[in-house]
Design a protein around this ligand. Structure first.
Ligand SMILES: Nc1ncnc2c1ncn2[C@@H]1O[C@H](COP(=O)(O)OP(=O)(O)OP(=O)(O)O)[C@@H](O)[C@H]1O
Length: 608
C-alpha cells in the first residue's frame, strides 16, 4: 500500500484539528455565515420561478403574490432577488477574507512547529535525510497547504453545504425532478471520489519526486566547487534531466486525473439540464407542474452542479493540500530520539572531585544495524586531565565525541560526565559543560559578535574580553567593521582559519569545564597556530581536555594518549610510555616522523 492510501481524508483532516483550535471562534463565525449563504443560494431559483409563475398567472404562484398588481409583484420579486444577490456576494467576501486570514495563521503555526521539530531531531535522522527533501517539506508542502486557504478552495465546503440545502429544498418543491437530479449527482460524486483517490496517489508520488529533485539541486549547489573543479557539469546535468523527467511523468499523471474530473463534470452538468428539460417538459405537458416550477428546477440543476464544478476547479489545490498534510504529518511524527530527562541536576563536580570528568563504560555504537564502529570501549578521564585520542582514519575518534555530547546515544553501555549518565542531563545543560571546537566551524549569516554570542546574553565588553584573551582581538579589529563586520551565510567571506578563530572565541566565552578539540587547529597556518597557542594553553588550565589530532607531534605533551583502532581501545599511556611499548602508537609516530623528515613541518601544538 502506498503512503498516499494509508490515511483517509478524514484522518488527514483530523490531524489539522490541534491547529484549528486556537482559531475556533473565527471558524465557528465563518461556519455560521454558511447559513445565509446557503439560504440565498436556495432562494434565488425560487424567486425567479415565482416571477415566471406570477407573470403567467400560474397555479404555483404564492397566494400573497396573487393579491398584488403586476408592477408591485415584479418590484417585490426584483427587490428580493437583489437582496439575495447582495447578501450572497457580501457574505462570501467577508467569509473568504476571514478564512484566508485564519488559513495563513494556521499555515504559519504549522511551518513554525515543523521548524522547531526538525531542529530537535537527532543527527541519525539527518544522516539519512537529504537536506533538499527537508526543505521541500518545510517550504513547498507547507505552501501547498497554505494554498488551500489562499485560493479560496475552502469555499468548496460552503458550496457543498449550499448544495445540500438546495437538494433539500428541491424535494420540498417536486420529488420527481429532485430524484432525477439526485440520481445524476450520486454516481458523479462516486466517480469524483474515485478520481480523487487516484489523484492523491499520483500527487504523493510527484511530491516525492520533487523532494528528490530538490535534494539533487541542493547537493549540486553546496558542492558547486567540486562540480566545477571536476568538470561534472554535463554529467550532473544529465542526472538532473533524468530526475526532472521522472518528476514530470508523475505530474502528468496528476494532470490526467484533474482533467478527467473537470471534463466529467462539464458534460454531466449539461446532461442534468437536458434531463430536467426532458422530464420537466413532459410534466408541464401533463400539467403536473407549471413553467415557474420548471424554471426553478433548471436553475436548481445549475446550483447543484456548481459546487461540484467548483470542487473540480479547486480539486488540484485541495488534493495537494491533503497530500501536504500527510507529508507534514510524516515529518512531525518523526520521533525525537534524543530526549531530555524530566529531572534537573546539580552542577558538575569541580576539578578536585574524585568522580571522573568523563567516563565511557563498556560502550558500543553502531550507526546502522550491527555494524559496530565502537566496541567494548571503557576509559576514564579525570577532572583537569588532558587526554588525546589518536588512531587511524575511521577508527572512531569523532564518534566518541558525538557520544560524549549526546548527538547520538550509544547502542550499548554508558557515557558519564562528572559521574552522571549523559542521558540524565538536559541537552542544554550537558552542552554547557562541554565546549567543542571542530575542524570546520559553521558560521551563520549575521555579524562577528552575533556569531560569538550565538543568541546568548553576552555584552560587547564580554566578547571583546574573550577576543583579547584568545589573542584574536587584533584580527577582529582589522576586519572592515570590526565586531560589526557582516558575515555571509556559512562565513564564506572569511578564510577557513579565520572562521576557526571565531569558533575558539565562541567556546571560550562559554567557559565550559570540558574542552573538546577535534582536529581544531588543523586548518590554521603555523603563524596563526602559534598566535593562539598561548591563549589556548591558558584556556586549557583547570579544564578537562580531549584532543583529537592526526599530527601526533602536536599531542606529545598531553597527560595521556588513548590509541584507538577499529573502534577499540588498544593502548593508553603517555607519549614516552607508548613509544617504549613499541606498539600501534610507536608505529604511527615513527611513520609520521619519517614523513616529516622527508617534508619538514612545524611542530606547533595546542599543548607545546
Ligand atoms: N553518521 C554516520 N553514519 C554511518 N556511519 C558513520 C557515520 N559517521 C561515521 N561513520 C562510520 O564510523 C566509523 C568511525 O567514524 P569516525 O568519524 O568516528 O572516525 P574518525 O576516527 O573520527 O575518523 P577521521 O580520523 O577520519 O576523522 C567510520 O567507519 C565511518 O564510516
Amino acid at each position: 500500500m502506498t503512503a498516499a492510501t494509508r490515511s483517509t481524508d478524514w484522518q488527514l483532516l483530523q490531524r489539522l484539528i490541534p491547529y484549528l483550535k486556537p482559531y475556533r471562534w473565527g471558524l465557528v463565525g465563518s461556519g455560521l455565515l454558511l447559513i445565509p449563504l446557503a439560504a440565498a443560494a436556495a432562494l434565488q431559483p425560487i424567486i425567479i420561478g415565482q416571477a415566471i409563475a406570477f407573470l403567467k398567472g400560474e397555479e404555483s404562484t404564492y397566494s400573497f403574490l396573487k393579491t398584488l398588481t403586476l408592477t408591485q409583484g415584479i418590484d417585490l420579486l426584483s427587490m428580493a432577488l437583489l437582496v439575495t444577490v447582495v447578501l450572497r456576494f457580501g457574505v462570501q467576501a467577508v467569509q473568504g477574507y476571514w478564512i484566508q486570514k485564519i488559513g495563513q495563521n494556521i499555515t504559519a503555526d504549522i511551518r513554525h512547529d515543523l521548524f522547531d521539530h526538525v531542529l530537535r531531531l537527532s543527527s541519525r535522522f539527518f544522516d539519512r535525510t537529504p537536506v533538499g527533501k527537508l526543505i521541500t517539506r518545510l517550504t513547498s508542502d507547507v505552501d501547498a497547504l497554505g494554498d488551500v486557504f489562499a485560493t479560496g478552495a475552502v469555499g468548496v465546503l460552503s458550496d457543498v453545504f449550499s448544495m445540500l440545502v438546495v437538494i433539500l429544498t428541491m424535494f420540498f418543491i417536486d420529488r420527481l425532478l429532485a430524484t432525477l437530479l439526485l440520481a445524476l449527482v450520486l454516481p458523479i460524486t462516486a466517480l469524483i471520489v474515485y478520481f480523487q483517490h487516484r489523484y492523491r496517489v499520483a500527487n504523493y508520488k510527484s511530491r516525492e519526486e520533487l523532494s528528490l529533485l530538490n535534494a539533487d539541486l541542493q547537493e549540486n549547489i553546496v558542492g558547486i566547487t567540486v562540480v566545477q573543479l571536476f568538470r561534472r557539469e554535463a554529467f550532473n546535468s544529465q542526472l538532473f534531466r533524468r530526475r526532472n523527467q521522472r518528476y514530470i511523468k508523475e505530474v502528468d499523471r496528476t494532470i490526467f486525473y484533474d482533467s478527467a474530473v473537470s471534463a466529467t463534470l462539464e458534460w454531466i452538468a449539461f446532461v442534468a439540464i437536458a434531463g430536467v428539460l426532458w422530464l420537466g417538459g413532459a410534466l408541464v405537458e401533463q400539467r403536473t407542474i407549471d413553467f415557474g416550477t420548471l424554471a426553478t428546477f433548471i436553475l436548481f440543476s445549475q446550483r447543484v452542479f456548481d459546487p461540484l464544478r467548483q470542487l473540480a476547479e479547486k480539486f488540484t489545490t485541495v488534493q495537494a493540500g491533503l497530500t501536504a498534510i500527510e507529508r507534514i504529518h510524516d515529518l512531525l511524527s518523526e520521533p525525537i530520539e534524543i530526549q531530555d530527562p524530566d529531572r534537573t541536576f546539580l552542577p558538575l563536580p569541580k576539578a578536585e572531585n574524585t568522580a571522573a570528568a568523563v567516563e565511557f563504560r563498556d560502550v558500543w555504537l553502531a550507526y546502522k544495524d550491527d555494524d559496530y564502529v565502537l566496541k567494548q570501549l571503557s576509559f576514564q578521564i579525570h577532572a583537569g586531565e588532558k587526554v588525546a585520542i589518536v588512531g587511524p582514519t575511521g577508527a572512531g575518534k569523532s564518534s566518541i565525541i558525538r557520544l560524549l555530547c549526546r548527538l547520538y546515544d550509544p547502542t550499548r553501555g554508558e557515557v558519564l560526565v562528572g559521574g552522571r549518565n549523559v542521558r540524565d542531563f538536559t541537552q542544554a545543560e550537558l552542552r554547557q559543560h562541554i565546549g567543542v571546537i571542530l575542524q570546520e566551524s559553521f558560521l551563520f549569516a549575521g555579524d562577528v559578535k552575533s556569531n560569538i554570542a550565538l543568541g546568548d546574553n553576552y555584552t560587547l565588553a564580554d566578547i571583546q574580553r574573550v577576543a583579547a584573551e584568545m589573542n584574536i582581538a587584533d584580527f577582529i579589529e582589522q576586519l572592515p567593521q570590526g565586531y560589526d563586520t557582516p558575515l555571509r551565510q556559512r562565513g564564506t567571506n572569511l578564510s577557513a582559519g579565520q572562521r576557526q578563530l571565531l569558533a575558539f572565541a565562541r567556546v571560550a566565552i562559554r567557559n565550559p569545564e570540558i574542552l573538546v578539540l577535534d582536529e581544531a587547529t588543523a586548518n590554521l597556518d603555523v603563524g596563526t597556530e602559534v598566535m593562539i597557542q598561548e591563549a589556548l594553553n591558558r584556556l586549557l588550565v583547570n579544564r578537562t581536555a580531549i584532543i583529537i589530532a592526526h599530527r601526533l607531534a602536536t599531542i606529545r605533551h598531553v597527560d595521556r594518549i588513548l590509541v584507538l583502532k577499529r573502534g577499540q581501545l588498544v593502548e593508553q599511556g603517555t607519549h614516552s610510555e607508548l613509544l617504549a611499548r613499541n606498539g600501534v602508537y610507536a608505529h604511527l609516530y615513527r611513520l609520521q616522523s619519517l614523513a616529516e623528515e622527508a617534508a619538514p613541518k612545524h611542530d606547533a601544538s595546542p599543548l607545546a
